[in-house]
Write a protein that binds this ligand. Structure first.
Ligand code: PMP
Length: 437
């Protein structure tokens, strides 16, 4: 007999009750925040029903909420917190920047050094410009592609997320940047060729994340990315890899893993050392449009583009802390951890799986292969929600939509704690999985 959704709903209601009882200070903080923030929130992705937890302190790989509970931080600020909380080398870099006075309204010493470090690490980025967020980096890259090619269509993918105004999950968003989008299906070469054929002459850019991150850490196949590379070249379109999150997955990002060279790349998150950050860069002849000596070129101002906190923290992070060796180590560790989590699901025979690459992990309550966002959306939403409540109650911090990212501050004890919490979830919730595939 299949467990019914009524059973799952009842379990969820009970878990929420427990959550409410356990987190009165977070609830009070949330209610106070609603006075001046819509729904108490200034960042949609971190909101959670019935109310979000408020974190008050982070140290290394650990977080504490307003009610004093401690968590192993398996979210790592949606990949931006790769260094853990207040890493000493990053902190020193920020202190040094503060000692020199912040932001001069002028060229400084730090941005050229940081740009060189990025170029060394990601060879397809021959020249780079800084922004303040990944959203802005993608806005600049897409706008540049339109300006350079004189064409209009931007190919993006169902389930993609490239920032606050590039939301292509579910039904998308009415406040997306008003570009002329073509919506493709991830990992599906044939349907893509058919979709693009009538628009090839007007295709300005292809914007793709080489692993669909926000929709559940779904890797692109190498064949799919290679075909996109070929398609962009045939169409005279600019291939933009959004490696805002995935650049952490190998020393040179997923473009290095697949040996595919995009025309432009966007970066963000951890690359700024945990400070506000974004960057877009690529082939010299594209980026030269931003050379201020080129009087026909583009304007791209931005008060904080070269802010010294980000420039200093980012440089130290990339060159001294998250070295190529450190990147390999963290991602190998992540592969091992994901395998341990999948082993729990296999051993219990549950329709639960952990996808991703290296240090990024997607949680799905379904079996079978997941190649695109529609397949990910078939996972059982109620069980995923229950997973969130059960794991947070056991001191694991993760995104409610089922995402985890590792930091270099996490250790084997934290990993054991996570695996233990997942085992307990599997053990206690197994009856609810009956009939779920
Ligand atoms: N691209 C991807 C793939 C992202 O995951 C994000 C943020 N989650 C962004 C772009 C936007 O970056 P930001 O939040 O810094 O604007």
């Amino acid at each position: 007999m299949a467990a019914s959704n009524i059973d799952i709903d009842a379990a969820l209601a009970e878990a929420q009750e427990h959550y409410r009882a356990r987190n009165p200070k977070s609830l009070a903080q949330y209610e106070a925040a609603c006075a001046a923030l819509p729904g108490g929130n200034t960042r949609s992705a971190i909101y959670a029903e019935p109310f979000p937890l408020t974190m008050v302190k982070g140290e290394g790989a650990h977080l504490w909420d307003a009610d004093g509970h401690e968590y192993a931080d398996f979210l790592s600020e949606f990949t931006a917190g790769l260094y853990g909380h207040s890493h000493p080398a990053i902190r020193k870099a920020i202190d040094e920047a503060l000692d020199g006075g912040i932001n001069f309204g002028a060229h400084g010493m730090a941005e050229a050094k940081f740009a060189a470090a990025i170029r060394d690490r990601f060879p397809s980025i021959e020249l780079v410009r800084f922004t303040n967020s990944g959203t802005e980096a993608n806005l600049m890259a897409v706008s540049a592609a339109i300006g350079i090619t004189g064409k209009q269509k931007i190919l993006v993918f169902h389930g993609g997320y490239h920032g606050g105004v590039f939301y292509f999950r579910g039904k998308g968003s009415p406040i997306n940047a008003p570009f002329d989008y073509l919506m493709g299906t991830y990992n599906d070469i044939e349907s893509l060729r058919a979709l693009v054929a009538p628009h090839k002459h007007d295709l300005a850019a292809i914007l793709i994340e080489p692993m669909l991150g926000g929709s559940g850490c779904i890797p692109a196949t190498r064949e799919f990315l290679a075909d996109l590379r070929a398609l962009a070249s045939e169409a005279g379109a600019i291939l933009i890899f959004d490696e805002v999150m995935t650049s952490r997955l190998a020393p040179g990002g997923l473009q290095e893993v697949h040996n595919i060279r995009p025309d432009m790349t966007t970066l963000g998150k951890y690359v700024g050392g945990g400070m506000s950050f974004g960057a877009f860069g690529g082939r010299t002849e594209l980026m030269e449009w931003f050379d201020p000596r080129n009087k026909q070129g583009f304007q791209h101002a931005g008060t904080f583009n070269n802010n010294v906190l980000t420039m200093n923290a980012g440089t130290v992070g990339l060159t001294e802390v998250y070295t190529p060796a450190a990147a390999k180590k963290l991602n190998n560790w992540g592969d091992g951890l994901r395998e341990r989590l999948n082993a729990v699901a296999r051993e219990k025979g549950l329709a639960m799986q952990f996808t991703g690459i290296g240090s990024m992990i997607g949680v799905h309550m379904r079996g079978g292969t997941i190649a695109n966002a529609a397949e990910a959306a078939k996972g059982h939403a109620g069980l995923l929600e229950l997973f969130y409540f059960d794991l947070t109650a056991r001191g694991i911090w993760l995104a409610k939509r089922g995402m985890m990212a590792l930091s270099i501050a996490l250790d084997d004890n934290d990993a054991d704690k996570l695996v233990g919490a997942v085992e307990e979830f599997a053990e206690t919730r197994a009856p609810l999985f009956e009939g779920v595939q």
